[in-house]
Design a protein around this ligand. Structure first.
Ligand code: HPA
Length: 275
């Protein structure tokens, strides 16, 4: 899609959202599987279902609701995305990142990404949390393809530190202080929807990947382009194919995400309160 069409759509959804609420969030939080109940932590000011925004992409995945939740977490104005859309659902990549651009247009200065992922890092177990230190994007379309939005950033944006070092250090400190074990590693986004083969997992392992999933990276690239600070945590919901002894299933992923939810929620909320 040409960038002017993409930008016009962003203008339209921004106006539609602003017609509903003038809330100005400082932090945007994308809730992956298992963090669905995070909204309980928030002093909710306004909820905006994606379906109420004309032309907005709506998730088709079971367990992925779709709405923005605006409110305060320990005094910090936040917007949460409860549910995201994925490339494998058939949306154009520009639609997959449209919600991120909308949150940026609404004023966020930091984007906090979370997801459910398969783990392949040494010593990882299902239920672990992993701080994302870097990513590999080469298996999915780059969301910046098309005419450059010069108001966002340069044509060839630097990606040498997508996940903000200062925030990463803070997350490590908070996890330590709260006795919440936290792994660190590189996340790789693949398109899905099929899970990986054992051979693909061996390839990713050789590339230095510790967690694999079907989201997050394209969102991080867009935010980085807009000079919004980015951080991310994966919930390792299963060991990746070939490492796990069992066939992978969405139900297993969701069950592990639900089990890790209390510590995940605690860590994310303690971090956001400091932002
Ligand atoms: N692979 C890809 N995406 C995933 C996985 C996985 O093993 N687990 C949760 N999301």
């Amino acid at each position: 899609m040409a960038e002017n069409i993409v930008l016009e759509k962003l203008d339209r959804v921004f106006e539609a959202a602003r017609a509903k609420t003038d809330f100005e969030p400082r932090v945007g939080l994308v809730l992956g599987s298992g963090l669905g109940d995070f909204a309980k932590e928030i002093n909710v000011e306004y909820e905006l279902p994606y379906s109420e925004i004309d032309g907005f992409p709506v998730s088709t995945v079971p367990g992925h609701d779709g709405k923005f939740i605006f409110g305060y977490l320990g005094g910090v104005p936040v917007v949460c995305m409860k549910g995201r859309v994925h490339y494998y659902e058939g949306y154009d990549i520009s639609d997959v990142v449209l919600p991120i651009k909308l949150m940026i247009r609404m004023g966020i200065k930091t984007l906090f990404l979370t997801n459910a992922a398969g783990g392949l890092g040494e010593g990882f177990s299902a239920g672990d949390l992993m701080l994302i230190t870097d990513h590999i994007s080469v298996f999915v379309p780059n969301p910046l393809i098309g005419p450059n939005d010069d108001s966002a950033g340069p044509r060839f944006p630097d990606m040498s530190e997508v996940y903000d070092k200062g925030i990463r250090d803070k997350i490590l400190k908070i996890s330590y202080e709260n006795d919440i074990p936290l792994e660190s590693g590189v996340y790789c986004q693949l398109t899905g929807p099929s899970y990986e083969t054992p051979a693909e997992i061996r390839m990713l392992k050789a590339m230095g990947v510790s967690a694999v999933g079907m989201s997050t990276v394209v969102e991080a690239i867009v935010a980085k382009h807009y000079a919004v600070k980015v951080c991310g945590i994966s919930c390792i919901c299963n060991l990746a194919a070939g490492i796990s002894k069992n066939p992978l299933s969405h139900e297993e992923v969701q069950a592990a995400a639900d089990e890790a939810a209390p510590k995940f929620t605690r860590l994310v909320s303690e971090v956001i309160k400091t932002m």
